[in-house]
Write a protein of this length. Structure first.
Length: 263
């Protein structure tokens, strides 16, 4: 794990040391995002994207807040220069889409404003029973600027997304599960282990196939059916060239667990 003074801690974990645990570490301010924290998150993501051993990442935080959004004191100090903040946050969150590995948000506590947008940028989300969500920007004279207006409708549907963003109301984990924002909720003390368990399940699969599946899903979200099919064909061609598909098929016939190498 990195220096304890870091706002973003990164640790390799898992049975094969191929899962990255990214821990938000600014609990004194409820893990609100300022320029330094965004910069460290961006640097951590870029470093992990250059590490081909990483198969999955989990973003986690201890305490009562996962991420309570942008640091309002920092935002207030920016004045008319806030557009640079918005663009920098967008660039940072875009890396979660661009990463070759899937990213799991394990949300234990507040996920508000930019914090919820960080969760939306992850590939999947699970939460503790104490998680609290919301896009409250309109209640203070703003609108979401780090991707919620784009990502939230795709995840929960247009009508629900508009209702959540335009009212700015906060809502609990059970509602997040009901609308499909998260896929599972757990007691707080179990969340970290459950997130790692999910990551281990993904990491045990053929890594190139997982990467190509993520790429095809993301491409298909903004494409026609024909373009979605094309993305599947391209991904399948890549997979058929790998040693992993040979190993996967052999393991079925030999009635054993496959050992994928990512080749």
């Amino acid at each position: 794990m990195e220096n304890i003074d870091s706002l973003i801690l990164v640790e390799k974990i898992g049975s094969n040391n191929n899962i990255a645990l990214i821990t938000l570490n600014r609990q004194k301010t409820l893990n609100t995002l300022n320029e330094e924290m965004l910069c460290q998150l961006k640097e951590a993501l870029l470093s992990l994207m250059n590490d081909k051993s990483i198969r999955v990442a989990v973003i986690y935080a201890e305490g009562r807040s996962w991420c309570a959004g942008a640091d309002l004191k920092w935002m207030k100090s920016l004045g008319e220069g806030a557009d640079k903040l918005i663009e920098y946050g967008q660039e940072t969150f875009a890396l979660l889409d661009a990463a070759h590995f899937p990213i799991v948000a394990a949300i234990n506590g507040y996920a508000l404003g930019g914090g919820m947008e960080l969760a939306l940028a992850c590939d999947m989300r699970i939460a503790s029973e104490k998680a609290l969500f919301g896009q409250p920007e309109t209640t203070i004279g703003l609108l979401p600027g780090w991707g919620a207006t784009y990502r939230l409708p795709k995840i929960v549907g247009l009508g629900i997304a508009k209702e959540l963003i335009l009212t700015g109301r906060k809502f609990p984990a059970d509602e997040a599960l009901k609308i499909g924002l998260v896929s599972a909720i757990y007691p707080p003390e179990q969340l970290r282990d459950k997130a790692i368990e999910l990551a281990e399940q993904i990491a045990s699969n053929a890594p190139i196939a997982v990467q190509e599946a993520k790429r095809a899903i993301n491409k298909g979200l903004n494409a026609s059916l024909e373009e979605g099919y094309k993305a599947e064909v391209e991904g399948s061609k890549t997979c058929f060239k790998t040693e992993d598909i040979k190993e996967g098929i052999a393991a079925i016939f030999e009635k054993r667990k496959p050992e994928f190498k990512g080749k």
